[in-house]
Write a protein that binds this ligand. Structure first.
Ligand code: HEC
Length: 183
């Protein structure tokens, strides 16, 4: 429990009435790796990128970004409160393991394997150890397809792969996103 939630809980204990809700917005709660939940409404968010072709890993990915993140301008870092959700689908394969392709030459989305999330908030990166693996204030989590059960991924691997992208706010396909976005 972080300090803000704790304070509210203490106030609620004293007051009781009018305390039905504790703060649950990303800004009010400080998350570390593995703690950031998948917001249930993420499919209604703006698309970050759609139908990302990963022939190397035989996957197709759908990436969403929340409206706070979508308000960033090209060249800027994403604001605190940004959350990005990435669905990872297995690409369909022929019986010999060759990836199947549609008439458009693209991989065909099969079953949903996992859902990854990254989000940033003031001071969230401070919990990261070792500090050399800090990605600014971003934290990471990976779930199975139910969006609730934690996937067995080592979250340090997320950090080390995204780490070199310091001038893109640790976000892969930063340029592609801003170039494809309508404005
Ligand atoms: C080996 C490199 C690598 C590792 C490890 C990795 N990622 Fe990524 N991540 C990428 C790439 C590349 C993309 C861009 C989409 C694509 O091409 O698949 C991406 C995109 C994302 C996105 C969408 C937003 C963005 O930055 O573009 C999220 C969310 C994400 N990764 C979360 C995670 C999580 C959580 C983990 C650890 C469980 C993780 N990643 C591990 C390479 C990596």
């Amino acid at each position: 429990m972080n300090r803000i939630t704790l304070t509210v809980a203490m106030l609620c204990g004293a007051v009781v009435i009018g305390c039905a809700q504790t703060p649950s917005t990303p800004q009010a709660t400080k998350y570390g790796d593995g703690e950031l939940p998948i917001p249930p409404e993420y499919k209604s968010w703006p698309k970050f990128l759609s139908d990302v072709q990963r022939t190397d890993t035989k996957q197709v990915r759908e990436i969403y970004i929340n409206p706070i993140g979508n308000s960033a301008k090209m060249g800027e870092a994403f604001p605190n409160g940004t959350v990005s959700v990435m669905e990872i689908y297995k690409a369909r394969e022929a019986s010999d393991g060759t990836p199947l392709k549609g008439a458009d030459g693209k991989l065909i989305k099969g079953e949903l394997l996992k859902i990854g999330v990254m989000g940033k908030g003031a001071g969230w990166g401070e919990t990261v150890n070792p500090p050399e693996l800090r990605n600014g204030d971003w934290v990471y989590a990976m779930y199975l397809s139910d969006a609730k059960t934690k996937a067995p991924d080592d979250l340090a691997t997320c950090r080390s792969c995204h780490l070199p992208l310091t001038d893109k706010d640790y976000v892969f396909r930063y340029d592609e996103y801003f170039q494809k976005r309508a404005n």
